[in-house]
Design a protein around this ligand. Structure first.
Ligand code: AHR
Length: 306
């Protein structure tokens, strides 16, 4: 507890409670909002005392938050790195302070995997592959399929990996080409603005591949404003499967969604308890997820939690 940080290792309240410092990316998307809610709720249920910060998608803010958790001597630090690179220094500081680190949702690109205990999150390359495979199957026999890509945050693991997975899945198709690709920063407004520009610069767009639902929803606004019909004149593939995305899918405005599950809270708290107890945990913990067509979206929409 608060008055004896050396003994309790923590910053507050209940002496036995694990204190977790969590440095969140931001509140850029519906996915992120659901992810934050899951973490906060799971912490409360597990009796974990959560110190939470929102980095507003800026790496320097996340680094600052992590440094403050180190200073507070929290029991465990968890964070979802906004970008992949540039973490070694602050992670070494945590290691020196003997505070275990858990990566959630997004990975870091570091040579030294002793800088964190485990990485809990989705396989983003696989998600990109699923998006590409659907497109290959559903455009067989079409001559030339022009794709515009709305990338996630530049340098973020899901942006890098979803691009890579998609490109590898369409590589052999022969008829599919990415004619333009730009970041929309995982936000709805970013997706809309980039799509507006694509509609100006690209004479013939068949498909939008958006790295998340929010950017896809922004693209729908731009397509409708240009007098075209999303889902028909221009087909749309997205990743996440949040409620707004699933609604648009069931209404026919999106054609296919690859699920990315944000409900990591319970697994994160379990891993935190294990690493704080000094137990060995798997270095990589994957999240299970599926995909949705328009018919499937209509079926599951009512039960969707987020
Ligand atoms: O890291 C996960 C990604 O971040 C989600 O797919 C996207 O919506 C979020 O902003």
């Amino acid at each position: 507890g608060g008055d004896a940080p050396a003994a309790g290792g923590g910053a507050g309240g209940d002496d036995d409670a694990i204190v977790m410092g969590f440095a969140q990316v931001g509140a850029e998307s519906g996915w992120r909002t659901a992810n934050t809610a899951s973490i906060q709720q799971a912490a409360e249920e597990a009796g974990v005392e959560l110190q939470f910060s929102d980095a507003q998608q800026r790496q320097e803010n996340q680094i600052q938050a992590i440094r403050s958790y180190i200073q507070q001597q929290v029991d465990v630090i968890a964070f979802s790195p906004v970008v992949e690179t540039g973490w070694d220094t602050v992670l070494q500081e945590a290691k020196r302070a003997q505070i275990p680190v858990i990566l959630t949702d997004r990975a870091v690109d570091s040579q030294d995997d002793t800088l964190y205990e485990t990485f809990l999150g989705s396989d983003f390359v696989l998600e990109g592959e699923k998006a590409g495979e659907w497109l290959v199957e559903n455009t067989q026999g079409e001559d030339q399929v022009n794709v515009v890509e709305l990338q996630g945050t530049t340098g973020a693991a899901p942006a890098i990996d979803r691009k890579e997975g998609f490109e590898s899945a369409i590589a052999d198709a022969g008829n599919i080409e990415i004619v333009a690709s730009q970041t929309g920063d995982f936000t709805r407004s970013g997706g809309r603005e980039v799509m507006e520009a694509f509609l100006q610069s690209q004479p013939d767009i068949d498909v939008v591949y958006a790295h998340n639902d929010d950017m896809g929803l922004g693209a729908i606004e731009a397509i409708e404003a240009a007098g075209k019909v999303p889902g028909q004149d221009i087909r749309i593939i997205t990743v996440d499967a949040v409620k707004d995305g699933m609604t648009a899918l069931s209404e026919g405005k999106i054609n296919f969604i690859v699920e990315c599950n944000p409900l990591l809270g319970d697994q994160l708290m379990e891993l935190a308890e294990q690493v704080v107890a000094g137990e060995e945990v798997e270095k990589r913990v994957l999240v299970e997820e599926s995909t949705f067509t328009q018919e499937q979206a209509a079926e599951v929409l009512a039960d969707r939690q987020y």
